[in-house]
Write a new protein. Structure first.
Length: 372
């Protein structure tokens, strides 16, 4: 059983640390050797202030926690974060810089902000009309350029599992809110296409990426945090879309999700969490992906997609997560940003550092545990 008093106190510590994460000088990205960047040393990713995916996931965690608590206690922080970033100017439009729109979108639902609402509409249109597409119309995993916040780094003809949480979830929510069928159907299609090319039929796990140029899964690695974007993101998507998507599409997504969860349960380490390479026990335990997996399983139980037999595994994971939170609220064993790799060594060498998404994904797991 989870110690709920400890859970609540640790959750508060994690959130306070999230909102006060410091970041190195952004200029260092221009001088950091490429081999170090490939190990996750990217200044842009650290801290909470920059507009990119690590921060976007962090903001989303705050949203979910205050929803669980039935209040808007973090809205002042979120509104200030948005205002500061708009004063600085947004970085390039891409998949990863879409993540903060999950929060911007919800703020425009609560406050009358026509300018911000139009910005959200423009990002949805960008994803549909201007984002580079792969063969078969997939969302190319376009990201921010390293050392240039106004540039982009293309991954031509590549599908990455990260895209589903970072951009497709936002597009689906926008489509339902505004009754835009084109946006809804595009989001459904992206989920189905990513499932088709990333899901392994033998294990139910998802590969990190697929390249249409080489017709392979790169190194064929089942990466912890990569899989976790689907574990949590698919439930969040189905919950958000409701009956706005067809029953056949819903069943297809849910079937893939359940197969993945069953495989993840079998691969859960005896300590309660998951290894950075899911099917390689010698690889290190990674907390951010483990937290998102636990949060996704608990979210699925709450939505009725799983029965109570899955609760013990989720509780075991949450209890284990508490041990990785220090007295300052820092979540340990979080791997830094990770590009698609060609071998296991690539993933095992990613550096471990406190990250905004490590804080927020842990907060998501603890938040979901509050519902039990």
């Amino acid at each position: 059983m989870i110690d709920r008093k400890l859970l609540k106190s640790k959750l508060d510590l994690v959130i306070q640390k999230l909102m006060n994460l410091d970041a190195p000088d952004m200029g260092m990205d221009k001088d950091t050797p490429f081999e170090q960047q490939m190990k996750g040393l990217v200044a842009r990713d650290f801290g909470i202030r920059e507009w990119d995916w690590p921060q976007g996931v962090g903001l989303y965690g705050l949203l979910q926690l205050q929803r669980a608590r039935g209040n808007q206690e973090y809205d002042p922080f979120l509104l200030n974060w948005m205002e500061e970033n708009f004063r600085i100017g947004q970085p390039s439009a891409n998949i990863n810089t879409t993540a903060p729109y999950l929060t911007l979108f919800e703020l425009t639902e609560r406050y009358e902000m026509p300018e911000w609402e139009q910005i959200c509409r423009a990002r949805a249109e960008f994803l549909i009309n201007y984002l580079p597409k792969t063969k078969e119309g997939g969302f190319e995993h376009l990201t921010s350029a390293l050392g240039d916040r106004n540039g982009v780094w293309r991954h031509p003809d590549q599908l990455w599992v990260d895209t589903l949480f970072m951009a497709v979830l936002f597009l689906g929510k926008m489509g339902r809110r505004y009754g835009n069928e084109a946006w809804i159907q595009a989001s459904v299609y992206q989920f189905l296409l990513h499932i088709r090319y990333l899901c392994d039929v033998k294990t139910g796990l998802l590969y990190h990426g697929w390249t249409f140029e080489e017709n392979n899964h790169f190194g064929g690695i089942f990466w912890n945090r990569g899989d976790s974007w689907f574990t949590y993101g698919a439930v969040a998507y189905l919950d958000a879309m409701g009956d706005s998507i067809g029953e056949a599409d819903r069943r297809t997504i849910l079937s893939a999700w359940r197969a993945q969860v069953d495989s993840l349960i079998r691969l859960q380490d005896e300590g309660g969490l998951w290894h950075t390479i899911l099917d390689k026990p010698s690889s290190y335990i990674e907390t951010s992906g483990s937290a998102a997996i636990a949060a996704g399983i608990l979210y699925g139980i709450r939505c009725g997609y799983l029965d109570a037999s899955y609760v013990p595994a989720a509780e075991k994971a949450v209890s284990a997560l508490l041990d990785y939170i220090d007295d300052n609220g820092v979540v340990g064993n979080v791997s830094a940003g990770t590009a698609v790799g060609m071998n296991a060594e690539h993933y095992e060498k990613i550096m471990i550092r406190p990250m905004a998404y490590g804080q927020s994904l842990t907060a998501l797991a603890l938040t979901e545990a509050l519902y039990l």
